[in-house]
Design a protein around this ligand. Sequence first.
Ligand SMILES: CC(C)(COP(=O)(O)OP(=O)(O)OC[C@H]1O[C@@H](n2cnc3c(N)ncnc32)[C@H](O)[C@@H]1OP(=O)(O)O)[C@@H](O)C(=O)NCCC(=O)NCCS
Length: 203
Amino acid sequence: MAAELLSPAEILRGNAMAPVLRSKFLASRVAQQNIAANLLGVPASKLQAAYECPECGAGPDIAHGRPGYLFDDGPAPLVLSASRASGWVLFATVVHPEPGLRLGVDLENAVGTEFAGFDDVALTAGEHRHLNAMEPGDQAQERTRLWARKEAWLKMTGEGLRVDPNSLDVLERPGLWDLKLPYNADGQELPAGLVAAVAITPS
Ligand SMILES: CC(C)(COP(=O)(O)OP(=O)(O)OC[C@H]1O[C@@H](n2cnc3c(N)ncnc32)[C@H](O)[C@@H]1OP(=O)(O)O)[C@@H](O)C(=O)NCCC(=O)NCCS
């Protein structure tokens, strides 16, 4: 299925991964292409992945960075963002976007932010003060919420972690929202500890 639908660059990237990571990567790329095709009302096989990386360039030979698709040799009219955590994938998409609209989404498990030194590498001075003013029992969830907001923002800008996360304050930032995730598309409850955020280009 993946080999039939995905681009040679995506298959090549997947082949460089360890088996468990590879199957998660390929499954999420297949799901992403099907969702994009469904929203656009075109067959998934007519879309071709064309990613954009600030260092490596853009086009069908690029399979990392900001996601995008070609349709009929032109850019498909949608913006999308994706994030994987704990076996789940979160997609955010806008079809027929206003020119210049950009989107970033992030899904995090609290376990990922529980390590010594996280606050120093990840948080600004203001975020440190904010966290330290909270009850100790609430800090882990808040740390994860801040991290999801940072990654969503940095996917929206396209820079990713080329930007030092401890230079980006996300406590109050127009265009950035926490997402509530009680259920998936089948009405199934998501595991506790998952936190998500979405960023959309501020107008
Ligand atoms: C963006 C980034 C913070 C996300 O990392 P993460 O938390 O490990 O992974 P997530 O599951 O939340 O998100 C992964 C998705 O983010 C998106 N993404 C990756 N880089 C992106 C960028 N520069 N801009 C927008 N979106 C990006 C992709 O859709 C990716 O999905 P994929 O694995 O199918 O390619 C991280 O990939 C990063 O900082 N990248 C920049 C550095 C880099 O890519 N260097 C190598 C290439 S030169």
